[in-house]
Design a protein around this ligand. Structure first.
Ligand SMILES: Cc1cc2nc3c(=O)[nH]c(=O)nc-3n(C[C@H](O)[C@H](O)[C@H](O)COP(=O)(O)O)c2cc1C
Length: 215
């Protein structure tokens, strides 16, 4: 690691890239992914390499890392389950559910129902789909499309079929961001809650120029 002026420079060929990427891309939203396990139970696990892939058709992606293997050498359950049953739900994580979310990341053996393990309720509101975390502020009901292999990771591309929002977040017309209390991941055991909501409409080029023009 070199020190240049006021910055530490880390070259990627010698770095712990996971550590520096997760410190660089912050905060990351957490996809709390539920899938249908072969025995009919629900599997739940958090994935923070998560974003929108395209608004049309509505598609999200999350990345299953480390060759999609648990430390035990078995496949991650989310990966195994999606190959078998393509339906999944992605619940939002809020301040009251952040601790059970961390609990749900423990590497349980296959067919363990993490909802039960961490004492969360299941809301099975759409037949055939796995449950969402009961009381979530919002969730996506998705169909898994394909895995795209990138390095040691598998990107799971998922088409969104239904959105659900809790009443206080979406009243049928407006999203009430003041009520959104989601938690994002920083790195390792560090998480971040939302701060102030800033309201900043987009500007036209002439508005930008008049606002930032130098005298
Ligand atoms: C907040 C958080 C975010 C995580 N994000 C990811 C991720 O993006 N990709 C990944 O492969 N594992 C991630 N993990 C680890 C998985 O949740 C963990 O390996 C889990 O046991 C996988 O569960 P499964 O076997 O039920 O799929 C994350 C863990 C936590 C606590």
């Amino acid at each position: 690691m070199r020190k240049e002026g006021r910055y530490h420079v880390v070259d990627t060929d010698r770095a712990d890239n996971y550590k520096y990427l997760t410190a660089s891309v912050v905060p990351r939203p957490i996809a709390w992914v539920a899938t249908n396990a072969p025995d009919g139970s629900a599997n739940l696990a958090p994935y923070s390499f998560f974003t929108v892939a395209s608004p049309e058709p509505p598609t999200v992606l999350f990345s299953i890392g480390a060759q999609a293997l648990k430390r035990s050498g078995e496949e991650k359950d989310t990966y195994t389950n999606l190959k078998r049953d393509r339906r999944l739900t992605i619940s939002q994580v809020e301040r009251p559910t952040v601790e059970p979310m961390v609990g749900s990341a423990a590497e349980f053996i296959a067919n363990t129902d993490e909802f039960l393990e961490v004492g969360l309720g299941q809301d099975r509101m759409m037949p055939g789909f796995p449950p969402i975390v009961a009381g979530s502020s919002g969730a996506l009901f998705c169909e898994f499309l394909e895995f795209i292999a990138v390095g040691i990771s598998y990107l799971a591309l998922c088409e969104v079929k239904h959105y659900v929002f809790r009443d206080d977040i979406f009243d049928g017309r407006h999203v009430n961001y003041e009520n959104v209390d989601v938690v994002a991941r920083l790195g390792g055991p560090y998480y971040s809650a939302l701060g102030d909501v800033l309201h900043l409409p987009r500007l036209e080029p002439d508005e930008v120029r008049s606002r930032y023009q130098r005298e």
